[in-house]
Design a protein around this ligand. Structure first.
Ligand code: GDP
Length: 320
């Protein structure tokens, strides 16, 4: 069993390699090959996987997906369904054809919503009821990916596994305010308020929902470890089970950025699911002994990289 989480002997191809999670996996596994949507649109074609030279790659970590925050998931519900189903069909088909190991990345937001599940969410409850209405297109597409994984294992003997992170954040996120998730959106909103000298930041919803956040680099390490150490048909929850309310998250981000104004909750915007706490007991029982990055430390690194990357935000006080 491999215990060095940042190393893998596998020859990995990462789909979605410029994204939040894919870029961390690529950075942690020297010699791996990245495949971004610019190089190959996996919705249209799996040519890039089918034409890999024999022996060049033995594992595909499939991070590519059409993803977005609570608003984008509702506004483009059909696109989220279509694009993800097409992409997953293409990727799994090519991995079967080339006899590659495959790790598919799902998300805790695809679990059934209350009252159909018992918290914390365990892997056996994935198909026990409908997902939350705000993201049903994305959720059912990802659930079908898990079904397809199991079906291919059973009929074709494929070494395909699925992992389920919770809300990811980190240094390579999508900072678009409409399509992005809460952490990058709030980092950007607080930064812009500071630059423009505003004393108010708008946070969507009531602030009462709670979320578990996992630093993308932690998820990348766990996925690489599982790619070597797991070969089973049940998906594995991999997220940090510590939770925080959106209100406290916004106060934490404001504090880290040095914002001294106040937060206003815009209840005309969606809250999404109230909660989706997940259990990582199965991951632990497989022997994973790593620690998760505490939220405040991960936020600090994320905020610093945002400020370094965007020249317009010079002058922000970044705590070290
Ligand atoms: P979700 O876990 O799929 O709901 O993903 P999000 O990251 O989009 O939203 C998480 C929570 O943060 C929801 O309760 C949102 O209402 C809340 N939230 C507060 N402000 C924002 C914001 O500016 N952008 C987003 N995306 N969510 C926000």
């Amino acid at each position: 069993m491999t215990t060095d989480f940042a190393r893998t002997n596998r020859k990995v191809l990462v789909t979605g390699s410029t994204g939040l999670l894919g870029s961390e996996i690529l950075a942690l596994s020297p010699g791996s090959v990245g495949l971004s949507s610019k190089e190959c649109d996996l919705i249209e074609s799996n040519h890039a996987i089918l034409t890999l030279e024999d022996g060049q790659v033995d594992t595909v970590i499939h991070c590519a997906a059409r993803v977005g925050g609570v608003k984008a998931n509702t506004d483009y519900v059909a696109d989220f369904f279509d694009d993800n189903v097409k992409m997953n069909m293409n990727v799994l088909d090519a991995c079967r054809e080339k006899s590659l190991k495959l790790v598919s990345v799902l998300s805790t937001c695809i679990y059934p919503d209350a009252p159909y599940v018992k918290y914390p969410l365990t892997e056996d409850q994935l198909h026990m009821g409908p997902p939350h209405h705000s993201n049903f297109g994305y959720a059912y597409a990802k659930r079908m990916l898990e079904v397809q994984n199991r079906a291919y294992r059973q009929q074709h003997g494929c070494n395909f596994i699925s992992v389920i992170p919770n809300n990811l954040y980190g240094i390579n996120d999508n900072y678009d305010l409409n399509s992005g998730h809460v952490i990058p959106a709030l980092i950007r909103k607080f930064h812009e308020a500071m630059i423009e000298g505003r004393s108010e930041v708008i946070v969507w919803g009531t602030g009462r929902p709670v979320r578990e956040f996992t630093f993308a680099r932690d998820a990348a390490k766990i996925i690489l470890w599982l790619s070597e150490n797991y070969d089973g048909d049940e998906p594995i929850n991999i997220g940090n089970p510590d939770w925080v309310s959106i209100e406290n998250l916004s106060l934490m981000i404001g504090e880290e950025i040095g914002f001294e104004g106040h937060v206003k909750f815009d209840t005309s915007k969606p809250d999404g699911q109230y909660e989706k706490p997940s259990s990582n007991r199965k991951l632990r029982s497989l022997g994973w002994k790593g620690e998760y990055t505490p939220l405040r430390d991960g936020l600090r690194e994320t905020i610093k990289s945002f400020a370094d990357r965007y020249p317009g935000v010079r002058g922000i006080k970044i705590k070290t």
